[in-house]
Design a protein around this ligand. Structure first.
Ligand SMILES: Cc1cc2nc3c(=O)[nH]c(=O)nc-3n(C[C@H](O)[C@H](O)[C@H](O)COP(=O)(O)OP(=O)(O)OC[C@H]3O[C@@H](n4cnc5c(N)ncnc54)[C@H](O)[C@@H]3O)c2cc1C
Length: 568
């Protein structure tokens, strides 16, 4: 197939906070260098016109961005010191912090907020809006942004150096044939390609496997956050209040907790995180969130309000021990796809921004040296190690792993780490670290018969007022995918679904997917088979992570498809 080739200098894949900060910082470094050389203030030659591109699979910058979000502003303040004066769309400074332990009926407020959950000096933001604003800053600085352009494949030289990215084809029908509007993807060639795809990036996954970038590291582990925005009828929850919860509805073997943040205009931002290393095969993260909202304390906050937005996304929680090598020939990894999120604080925006800036500095030096090899780009890893990112992650390096033994051991471990600066207390054998899906037990281990979720969620009712079923929620994620395209969820062996998986786990994809993409239905002969409603997909990547047989491969759909997370 004839493909257009476009030569750029640097291509950033994914318009998240990490890459947009990287692209902006790089454009400024180059501009300052060129101006100073021209003015005789700096030795050397100018770099000339350097073409910087950012590609994004969503319909616009921010469309696929979903976060909490309470932002530690320290990195944004390094990138744009007067970000408030320049109109960064922050909702509110954090005014007060609540930490609640929920029993089934009661909410017990802790007299002290655990230090990692103290948010004084931080800001509640809509990361969707903040990202769109960063996108504008990039464009003002001369960065080319291409929404609706998914990175479908990496391009490699004969020596396995990354030399760019191929964007996805458009106009292929569900049988794989070309439609009238067919447009082949473009080969974007670059001296350096930066992957900032967020958690479980589809190109990052390919790259890490191909170049063994995770050799000697622990497998990454993930959580999923399921979130809604609510319009409240009155001022019952103040703007700027941050509440975190522990306890109900998670069982003590499951890592989980809730958040409730007060945004402007009586908008309540509410969500629930569940560790994707849960054991119960009938667990459903979306149902956990619905139960959370039906807790008497939470329900009182929501009554009379209106749910206006929904979304779900995974979080890379493995931290320090699970970071892959973040550079190779012609390529760098930034933000969540490099594993920089601090899972104890549930914060990754600051490190995403910082890592983008450090990547920009390393690329700038590589451009000056005319060398894009791993040896030169290793400078990026060095600067990450020398920055505050690594000390911050080292201090919490055993946090998530501590919960492998349940909530109470996890809490004790977290407390101990706080005192010891990150040392684990020895119950967790790092050599036995496993990816989260391995933790899921079979139905028989729980005494379950079949996949009827009533066995776990007895009494959960989707009343359409406080609790919603997945389809209603998906409608509020404003998801759109052309139906006439090949499914972007590749199930490598569907026989397993109707046989082993049905018997052993009761097809958990029907439950761990927060968007009702996977459904077991009867075929004409009455046999159970998997139906993939891919157009519901919110791009959270949970299926790629949590499938017990690891036979689901999430690839990018046609550009522009997916959720539209306005205001999330
Ligand atoms: C539920 C939840 C709550 C959170 N709460 C907080 C919080 O309160 N505070 C905090 O600091 N952090 C929080 N985080 C983490 C924070 O959102 C992330 O650390 C941060 O967004 C990471 O930025 P990033 O740029 O690395 O990736 P992302 O924000 O994930 O952005 C990646 C972008 O790349 C695009 N993309 C991916 N693959 C491709 C491809 N192949 N081609 C083209 N485009 C692609 C995506 O569409 C997306 O726009 C939370 C995360 C979640 C999910």
């Amino acid at each position: 197939m004839e493909r257009e080739t476009l030569e750029m200098d640097v291509v950033f894949v994914g318009a998240g906070p990490a890459n947009l900060s990287g692209a902006l910082h790089l454009a400024r470094l180059i501009k300052a260098h060129n101006e100073e050389v021209q003015a005789g203030k700096r030795e050397g030659t100018t770099l000339g016109e350097i073409e910087i591109g950012v590609i994004e699979k969503g319909s616009a910058v921010g469309a696929h961005i979903l976060s909490g979000a309470v932002m530690d502003p320290k990195a944004l303040a390094e990138l744009i010191p007067d970000f408030i004066e320049q109109g960064a769309p922050v909702e509110s400074p954090v005014n007060d912090d609540y930490f609640l332990y929920l029993t089934k009926k009661h909410a017990l407020r802790s007299p002290i907020t655990p230090p990692p959950l103290k948010n004084h000096g931080y800001y509640i933001v809509s990361l969707n809006r903040l990202t769109a604003w960063l996108g504008e800053k990039c464009e003002e600085a001369g960065v080319n942004i291409f929404p609706e352009f998914p990175g479908a494949d990496l391009l490699y030289s004969a020596e396995d150096a990354v030399i760019g990215v191929r964007t996805g084809d458009k106009g292929i029908d569900k049988e794989g044939k070309r439609k009238a509007n067919f447009e082949p993807g473009v080969d974007l060639l670059a001296k350096v390609t930066v992957l900032g795809e967020g958690p479980r990036g589809s190109l990052t996954k390919q790259l890490v496997q191909r170049l063994n970038l995770d050799e000697g590291r622990e497998p990454q582990v993930y959580s999923i956050g399921v979130k809604e925005l609510w319009e409240l009828p009155d001022d019952r929850y103040p703007t700027g209040r941050v509440t975190h919860t522990l306890g109900y509805p998670s069982d003590t073997q499951t890592y989980g907790g809730g958040w409730i943040y007060g945004m402007q205009n009586r908008i309540l931002n509410i969500g629930y995180v569940t560790g994707l290393d849960y054991k119960d095969p009938l667990l459903d993260p979306h149902a956990e969130f619905q139960k959370f909202k039906q807790h008497p304390y939470v329900q009182r906050l929501l009554e009379g309000g209106k749910m206006i937005r929904y979304g779900a996304k995974t979080i890379a929680a493995g931290g320090y021990h699970a970071m892959p090598q973040i550079y190779a020939d012609g390529v760098l990894l930034v933000g969540d796809c490099a594993g920089f999120l601090n899972s104890q604080r549930l914060k990754g925006i600051h490190s995403a921004i910082k890592s983008g800036m450090l990547a920009a500095q390393a690329i700038f030096e590589a451009l000056l040296a005319g060398d894009y090899s791993a040896k030169q780009l290793q400078r990026y890893e060095q600067s990450v190690n020398e920055s505050w990112i690594i000390p911050e992650l080292r201090k919490v390096r055993n946090f998530h792993a501590g919960f492998k033994h349940g909530r109470w051991m996890g809490m004790v471990n977290a407390g101990l780490q706080f005192v010891t600066g990150g040392r684990s207390w020895g119950v967790f054998d790092r050599a036995k670290a496993e990816p989260g899906h391995v933790e899921m037990k079979k139905l028989s281990a729980y005494g379950y018969h079949g996949d009827n979720i009533e066995q776990r969620y007895n009494g959960l009712r989707f009343d359409g007022k406080i609790a919603f079923n997945k389809l209603t929620d998906v409608y509020h994620a404003a998801v759109g995918h052309s139906e006439d395209q090949p499914a972007h969820l590749h199930v490598l062996d569907t026989n397993i679904c109707s046989t082993r998986c049905a018997e052993e786990y009761g097809n958990p994809c029907q439950r761990f997917c927060p968007a009702a993409v996977y459904e077991m239905v009867d075929d004409v002969a009455g046999r159970r088979k998997l139906q993939i409603n891919f157009s519901n997909c919110v791009h959270c990547k949970t299926c790629d992570i949590m499938d017990p047989y690891q036979i689901i491969n999430w690839v990018t759909p046609e550009g522009g498809g997916g959720p539209d997370y306005k205001g999330m």
